[in-house]
Design a protein around this ligand. Structure first.
Ligand SMILES: Cc1ncc(COP(=O)(O)O)c(C=O)c1O
Length: 388
């Protein structure tokens, strides 16, 4: 029998869509000009491609093209947003509010600012992973300049009510930065309707290339200014220096366009597959818990804890399906997930958790294979091979 590998780790990364690859291809070879070259057609052609991509990215989130700054990925966009705003507005206030379940890109950036003298408030979430707008409202003070809240969580897929949080921030004149690495292209994002002031986007999470991302930066009502973190040739209107990687930018633009066109249908399709996955596993096994809100979550995410099972042993036995024990973005960490801890899970249950990440290529057949394998391995590890 063919050793079939099933990829169920789409929150770690997604494969490059072949249509995106085709759009990128000419910009590696014949259309190689530097978009900053103003004096000849090689540069003009590259610059036109970059500006087209900027429009495609902006359109996906309801922004204007001039509000998009290309970066190397969401990590850089997060750093630019948080450090850039903190340094620009340090005279106005020195308090930043964030959430315990954020990605390490946000938490570690805030920690760096804390060491530099800023005050950081880390808000807790409910057992469903949601941040209450009242909790956010109560945490904002006259000294607060920025609130950092992710839209979709990379481990448990929970989607925060950004519009509600955005209106609180706007009332209190606090900028709202949203880490949209997992949400842009998966759920609707509209920076104006949701009152988002800064938004981080990652190419490789939405079937685009790795090494590219973007930061949306609101230009009016209110205008957000920031201190650049990379100095050099003054690219991106001085907001992020460095020669623009035209092929990657073209890929990000194309990926955004496709994601926008296919978003609704794909979310529906993945939702029914995820429901089947969870139902198939829970119908056959006791002691399985779905972490995070059951409905307010990414269609393609199911994070499950298996009582009485060692998570590491479970992962090593699930050889033919690529899943994750938590966040692949935090590399080799032995610690139980900070996100599951924030939901109130005890360490043993947090350690017995698996993240299933469905994506565009996931099929119903793959889900059936995954269900059968998970059920068999969990039964073996529990010593109940005939079922429980
Ligand atoms: C929520 C979240 N924020 C930020 C990042 C960092 O994104 P990138 O890999 O584009 O730097 C990731 C993934 O790694 C993520 O899941």
């Amino acid at each position: 029998m063919r050793n079939q590998r099933i990829y169920l780790d789409h929150q770690a990364t997604t494969p490059l869509d072949p249509r995106v690859f085709e759009a990128m291809r000419p910009y590696f070879t014949e259309k190689f000009g530097n978009p900053a070259s103003k004096s000849h057609p090689f540069g003009w052609e590259a610059s036109e491609a970059v500006e087209r991509a900027r429009e495609q990215v902006a359109a996906l989130v309801g922004a204007e093209p001039g509000e998009i700054v290309f970066t190397s990925g969401a990590t850089e966009a997060v750093n630019l947003a948080i450090k850039g705003v903190a340094e620009m507005y340090a005279q106005r206030g020195r308090q930043i509010v964030t959430v315990a379940t954020e990605h390490r890109a946000v938490l570690d950036t805030c920690r760096a600012l804390e060491l530099a003298g800023f005050g950081i408030t880390r808000l807790g979430v409910g057992s469903d992973g949601l941040l209450s707008p009242d909790v956010l409202g109560a945490a904002l003070t006259a000294d607060t300049i920025l609130a950092c809240v992710m839209q979709a969580n990379n481990e448990i897929g929970v989607i925060q009510d950004i519009a509600a949080l955005g209106s609180i921030c706007r009332e209190q004149r606090v900028f709202l930065f949203v880490d949209g690495a997992q949400s842009v292209g998966k759920v609707p994002v509209d920076v104006n309707a949701q009152q988002i002031d800064l938004l981080a986007i990652s190419g490789h999470k939405l079937y685009g290339p790795k090494g590219i991302g973007a930061l949306y930066l609101r230009r009016r009502n209110p205008q957000v200014r920031l201190k650049a973190q990379l100095h050099g040739g003054g690219h991106e209107r001085g907001r992020r220096s460095g020669t623009l990687p035209t092929p990657l930018i073209v890929g990000l633009g194309q990926a955004c366009q496709l994601a926008g066109e296919e978003l609704a249908g794909e979310a529906q399709r993945q939702l029914s597959l995820r429901e089947r996955l969870v139902a198939g596993i829970t119908a056959q096994l006791d002691g399985v818990r779905l972490n995070g809100h059951p409905n307010l979550r990414l269609a393609g995410n199911a994070n499950l804890s298996f009582t009485g099972v060692d998570g590491a042993a479970l992962l090593t036995r699930l050889t033919t399906i690529a899943v994750s024990s938590g966040s692949a973005c935090t590399t080799e960490e032995a610690e139980p997930s900070h996100v599951l801890r924030a939901l109130g899970l005890p360490d043993d249950l947090a350690a017995a958790s698996i993240r299933f990440g469905l994506g565009r290529s996931t099929t119903a057949e793959e889900i059936e294979t995954a269900i059968a394998l998970v059920v068999r391995v969990v039964r073996e590890l529990r010593g109940t091979p005939e079922g429980d």
